[in-house]
Design a protein around this ligand. Structure first.
Ligand SMILES: C[S@@+](CC[C@H](N)C(=O)[O-])C[C@H]1O[C@@H](n2cnc3c(N)ncnc32)[C@H](O)[C@@H]1O
Length: 199
C-alpha cells in the first residue's frame, strides 16, 4: 500500500501539507484553514482502514481531502469507495479538486451536508474516521457505533490535543461495552474503537 503510492497522490499530499503549514503561520482564520492531520496519522488510518472487515468506509470532515487521500490508499486495496462528509461548500470544492488532481475521483464520494443528517443511512460501517468540531463527537459517535459491523473500527482525532474538551466523551467511549477502545498517541491523539466480533 505504501510502496507504490502514485506520484499524483504524493504530490497533492505535499501541496496540501505546504498550504496547511503556511496558513497556520500567517494568521489565516481557523474557518478557512485546512486543519489537516499529520502524515503519520494518515499512514496509521490507512493501515487501520485496510485491515477493517468488509463494509462501508466513511470519513466525517473532509476539508481539502488530505486525510481522504490517505484513506483512498486503503480503499484501493479493499476495492471500496470512500464516502466523506463535508459541510463547507468551499472545502467540498477543494476536496473534489484534490481528488481530480490526485486521480482518485472515482474512488471517493463527497457528500456536502452536515454529517449528522447522513450517517444513519450507513448501516454496515467497516471503518469511520471522525475529525470535526469537538461538540459533534458524541452525536457522530452515536450515529456510527451502533452500525459498525463486527470487527468494525471507529477512529476520532484530536483526543490528546483537545482532551480537556473531550473528557466526558472519552470517559464514555472508554467504558462503552459495545466496543474495545484505546487512546493511541499518534499525531494529535487518536481514539480507536473496535466492535468485537463476539461480545
Ligand atoms: C479538522 S477539519 C478536517 C481535516 C481533514 N480530516 C484532514 O485531515 O484533511 C474539519 C472539517 O470538518 C468540517 N465539518 C464541520 N462540521 C461538520 C459537519 N457537521 N458535517 C460535515 N463536516 C463538518 C469542517 O468544515 C472542516 O472542513
Amino acid at each position: 500500500m505504501f510502496h507504490n503510492i502514485p506520484s499524483s497522490i504524493l504530490e497533492r499530499l505535499a501541496h496540501l501539507e505546504a498550504v496547511d503549514s503556511r496558513d497556520r503561520q500567517d494568521g489565516t482564520p481557523k474557518a478557512q484553514r485546512l486543519r489537516q492531520i499529520p502524515p503519520e496519522t494518515g499512514r496509521f488510518l490507512a493501515l487501520l482502514a485496510a485491515s477493517a472487515p468488509a463494509g462501508q468506509v466513511l470519513e466525517i470532515g473532509a476539508s481539502g481531502g488530505y486525510s481522504s487521500l490517505w484513506l483512498t490508499l486503503a480503499c484501493k486495496e479493499r476495492g471500496d469507495q470512500l464516502i466523506t462528509f463535508e459541510v463547507d461548500p468551499n472545502k467540498v470544492r477543494l476536496a473534489n479538486e484534490t481528488f481530480a488532481i490526485a486521480g482518485v475521483s472515482e474512488m471517493v464520494q463527497v457528500i456536502q451536508d452536515d454529517a449528522r443528517n447522513q450517517l444513519g443511512k450507513f448501516q454496515a460501517v467497516a471503518f469511520c474516521f471522525l475529525d470535526v468540531e469537538k461538540d459533534l463527537y458524541p452525536p457522530c459517535y452515536e450515529l456510527v457505533v451502533p452500525n459498525l459491523v463486527p470487527g468494525g473500527i471507529f477512529v476520532a482525532d484530536n483526543v490528546i490535543s483537545h482532551q480537556d474538551q473531550l473528557q466526558d466523551f472519552l470517559q464514555s467511549a472508554m467504558s462503552d461495552a459495545r466496543v474495545d477502545a484505546l487512546i493511541v498517541p499518534i499525531g494529535k491523539g487518536l481514539l480507536v474503537c473496535r466492535k468485537p466480533v463476539r461480545l
